[in-house]
Ligand binder design. Structure first.
Ligand code: P6P
Length: 337
């Protein structure tokens, strides 16, 4: 794109997805409709998150708003917005949200062929200090012709047809893959449109940053401890890596995707499966990393090969630059010999 094209040939996310759809003549546009409803949810949450900060500052937050209604916590509000938007799209069968213990089975009259797994506002504990937070989502096709069940959702991440996140920070950035690469879009509030700003994102093959909560170091297993040690005290003459850890997955993963490096949430003695959830944190971020030329590993296997057995199952995760994650895989392989 030359500069002037940005002004006159705006590539919005809707146009982008329609272009993708045109590559599949058999497509009836269901995915395009589903995505447009996810985008609507992201726009709403972006606006609510920005207002929430201000509301808190000028004391509007209180317990009730001007209509005297109970002021909903942002993550509850975001969850309701996404559930309503997804159901009204008429393209979903099953919804799995971080906020809801049980899966939502869409009523037959509004059913479509997709299952959406999502964390409506990941990292929401960071709102009060202004740290970027985000929505994470993954989309599966669900076999038709039978009453939907949990088994339809417990699919390996490699079966996802799309995944993405929307980061609510200094700007609102939506990063998406539909299986043919990764693209980033930034919300132009004056247009109310997501504009393509990061076409065909590729993660650097090797990075200079590692990202982990060092506070858990006491409980790490040997391969993780050894990897982090090598980041800080390289055996060869390379300079030590920088530690960057925000504690909000969407922000840490977005930086890793753009700058390279590794993001780790390992298992430890306290949490043998780590902390991050398989369906709506590990799988979507792993899908994006592989589509951008990186890797995602659980300590035992390729993350996208994992087959979940429970909706809110957790898994350790090591994701990022191809070479950096390769080093971690080699350390785990050596340990298992
Ligand atoms: P810790 C936020 O609560 C979250 O779910 C992710 O967004 C983030 O990566 C992780 O937990 C941070 O966890 O234990 O390092 O505070």
């Amino acid at each position: 794109y030359s500069v002037d094209a940005h002004r006159t040939d705006l590539m919005t996310i809707t146009r982008f997805v329609l272009n993708e759809q045109s590559k599949h003549p058999e497509s009836r546009g269901d995915f395009t409709i589903l995505l447009s409803h996810i985008v609507l949810g992201c726009k709403f949450v972006c606006s609510a998150v920005n207002k929430a900060g201000l509301a808190k500052l000028i004391g509007l937050a209180g317990e009730t708003n001007v209509q005297g209604e109970e002021q909903k916590k942002l993550d509850v509000l975001s969850n309701e917005v996404f559930i309503k938007a997804l159901i009204s799209s008429g393209r979903t069968r099953i919804l799995v949200s971080e906020e809801d213990e049980e899966a939502i089975f869409v009523e037959p009259s509004k059913r479509g062929k997709y299952c959406v797994v999502f964390d409506p506002l990941d990292g929401s504990s960071n709102i009060d200090c202004g740290v970027s937070i985000g929505t994470i989502f993954g989309i599966y096709m669900v076999k038709d012709g039978h009453e939907p069940t949990i088994e339809d959702v417990l699919q390996p991440g490699k079966n996802m047809v799309a995944a993405g996140y929307c980061m609510y920070g200094s700007s609102c950035t939506l990063v998406l893959s539909t299986g043919t690469g990764v693209n980033g879009f930034t919300l132009d509030p004056s247009l109310g449109e997501f504009i393509l700003t990061h076409p065909d994102i590729k993660i650097p093959k090797k990075g200079k940053i590692y990202s982990v909560n060092e506070g858990n170091a006491k409980n790490w297993d040997a391969p993780t401890a050894s990897y982090v040690e090598q980041c800080k005290f390289p055996k060869d003459s390379s300079p030590p890596k920088s530690l960057r850890y925000i504690g909000s997955m969407v922000a840490d993963v977005h930086r890793t995707l753009l700058y390279g490096g590794s993001f780790l949430y390992p298992a430890d003695k306290k949490s043998p499966n780590g902390k991050l959830r398989v369906l709506y944190e590990v799988f979507p971020m792993s899908f994006l990393m592989e589509q951008a030329g990186g890797q995602a590993f659980t300590g035992k296997q390729r993350a996208l090969d994992l087959v979940p057995t429970k909706l809110h199952e957790r898994s350790p995760i090591f994701l990022g630059s191809y070479d950096d994650i390769g080093e971690i895989k080699a350390l785990y392989a050596a340990e298992s010999k």
